[in-house]
Ligand binder design. Structure first.
Ligand code: ZN
Length: 333
């Protein structure tokens, strides 16, 4: 039977430096990365206060206690990207031994805190922050990557059921492979064109689309991106829980626009709550590593809105998998 209330999902791409090693060195983003472990503690504390469930889409490397485990659980077939700079395995020689001497590449104790908290979900962001649409790699290498995800998660005594694809590189064959590895849901992209344009398309202009995406966080360019998740998943194997919005971090330069950003999110949540739809908000813990207090202040206003909508409309916080289980049982009945 269809759950008649709206749903609030928050997913966090937990990746530390593994999500951006090809873009910048640790030294260029040190404050953000160094504070991730504290950000996670504060996220857990604030979410528990408002009864909000989080889904941590975690890079598989972060399940490793130390470098020995990282190497032991790595897949035999590694992605052979044409652009070699995209492979994180080439960095193994340069990283530390464990989180004590290298908190930028290891995250075991934070992951343990998430698990022990018990209210939240640990999903996957692939084992190695895998790029599914990059030239050179193939689906067998992707399957091997997911196999490593399941093996290391098993060792950590957790089951992986949801996936967020790095850089939102998603395609049907890889979705099917994820489904066959035991994953039941993924975070799709927003419906709007500016979030779905293929970077290889001749129409793609990085600066133009980036500008529109940034503007869309403050003013309504693309609508609210809320979804009737029962309707959109009627005939698919793996459940799509598409993104509604990336929560942009606080920006000193744009701080005058901060209320616009938060209001845009709250309006979207209201629309979802009133129409029994999904509002799916996401970001990375490292986005909160700088201006931490300002970022948490903003997040708390979102959580306060959730509290109101929960009371008034039964708007309900779910992990990706708890919502997926409702959708699967509704589709089956
Ligand atoms: Zn990522």
């Amino acid at each position: 039977m269809k759950n008649s209330n709206g749903h609030f999902v928050i997913s966090l791409d937990y990746e530390l430096h593994w999500g951006l090693f090809d873009l910048k060195p640790v030294s260029a983003y040190k404050e953000n990365l160094a504070n991730v472990h504290l950000v996670i503690e504060r996220l857990l504390e604030l979410s528990d206060r408002y009864n909000i469930k989080l889904t941590f889409a975690t890079v598989g490397f972060l399940f490793a206690k130390d470098k020995e485990e990282l190497i032991r659980f790595s897949p035999k077939q590694k992605p052979k990207y044409i652009k070699e700079v995209l492979s994180p395995y080439r960095m193994f020689g340069d990283i530390g031994h464990d989180e004590n001497d290298d908190p930028f590449h290891f995250g075991y104790s934070s992951l343990k805190k998430i698990k022990n908290n018990g209210n939240h979900e640990i999903g996957t962001h692939t084992f190695c922050h895998y790029y599914c649409n990059e030239a050179g790699q193939n689906i067998e290498e992707f399957k091997d990557d997911l196999n490593s995800v399941n093996t290391i998660a098993n060792h950590f005594e957790t089951d992986i059921k949801s996936i967020v694809f790095p850089r939102n590189m998603i395609n049907d064959n890889y979705l099917e492979a994820a489904y066959h590895s035991g994953i039941t849901s993924f975070r799709g992209t927003e419906k709007a064109y500016i979030y779905n344009i293929d970077p290889k398309s001749p129409k793609y202009n990085w600066l133009w689309f980036r500008l529109q995406r940034v503007l869309d966080c403050y003013i309504n360019l693309t609508g609210y991106n809320t979804y009737d998740v029962y309707e959109i998943n009627k005939s698919s194997n793996i459940v799509n829980l598409p993104s509604s919005r990336f929560l942009r971090p606080f920006s000193k330069t744009l701080q005058i626009l901060e209320p616009l950003k938060l209001n845009r999110i709250k309006k979207g949540m209201r629309k979802a709550a009133k129409n029994n739809e999904l509002y799916h908000l996401w970001w990375h813990p490292h986005n909160f590593g700088k201006d931490m207090d300002k970022n948490f202040e903003g997040l708390e206003t979102i959580f306060k809105e959730y509290e109101k909508l929960n009371k008034k409309y039964g708007f309900n916080s779910e992990t990706m998998t708890s919502l997926t289980n409702n959708i699967i049982s509704a589709t089956a009945s």
